[in-house]
Design a binder for this molecule. Structure first.
Ligand SMILES: N[C@@H](CCC(=O)N[C@@H](CS)C(=O)NCC(=O)O)C(=O)O
Length: 206
């Protein structure tokens, strides 16, 4: 049994999706980031970076959603080829997500919705970057069924996380038909549906 500390957020959702896809048992522990629970001493002892998700497997405490996806794929021998071009393409997309698309979406959402004062230059910069990185993904999906080629991998799970929360970033699929097609296919997977339903139980019903 693995333990996952998470909330209904773009980076958190990736871990339950992977666990559901891989058929691994896990307990989901809610960390309400809207209330600042990620900054409590108990949680910071788990993740000094004070962010969800965190996964615990025995003595291993692991942070960073991309690292967790790689760990789970290697633990089970699924969703990540062991060698060759497709494995390289999976890592290419994981790094593109973690350093490009994910931060652009996060900053776009922050400056549009959460900044204490309006910052037009930051809104322009990150909104443009969020749409541009989605365009890069859309071009890739014009050529392939999935983001790293023709099979579903952990790279699809990584990108799905932020596309699931695209409205927060002010991004839509109007100019990204290939990404829209891919998103609908991934969202329809039974494991993805189970994971979404599971993390949504973490959000208190006000
Ligand atoms: N690079 C990290 C980013 C994690 C992250 O930004 N988590 C957000 C939720 S999606 C969070 O915990 N935000 C609360 C905060 O920053 O205080 C990952 O991929 O796991």
């Amino acid at each position: 049994m693995l333990d996952v500390y998470a909330f209904a957020t773009p980076n958190s959702i990736k871990v339950p999706i992977a666990l559901e896809e891989l058929g691994l048992d896990y307990a989901l522990h809610g960390i309400n980031v809207r209330k600042g629970e990620q900054k409590t001493p108990d949680f910071v002892a788990l993740n000094p970076n004070a962010k969800v998700p965190v996964m615990v497997d025995g003595d291993l405490v692991l942070t960073e959603s991309a690292a967790i996806l790689v760990y789970l794929a290697e633990k089970t021998g699924k969703l990540l080829p062991t060698s060759g071009e497709t494995r390289a393409r999976v890592f290419e997309q994981l790094f593109f997500h973690a350093s490009g698309l994910g931060p652009a979406f996060g900053h776009a959402g922050f400056f549009q919705r959460q900044a204490a004062e309006p910052q037009p230059l930051a809104i322009e910069r990150f909104s443009t970057e969020a749409k541009r990185t989605l365009g890069v993904l859309d071009d890739m999906l014009a050529k392939h069924r999935f983001v790293a080629g023709d099979t579903f991998t952990i790279a699809d799970i990584a990108h799905f996380g932020w596309l699931w929360r695209r409205k927060f970033a002010g991004v839509g699929f109007d100019d990204a038909p290939n990404a829209a097609r891919w998103y609908a296919e991934v969202e329809a997977r039974p494991a993805v549906q189970r994971a979404i339903a599971h993390v949504n139980t973490l959000v208190p019903q006000a």
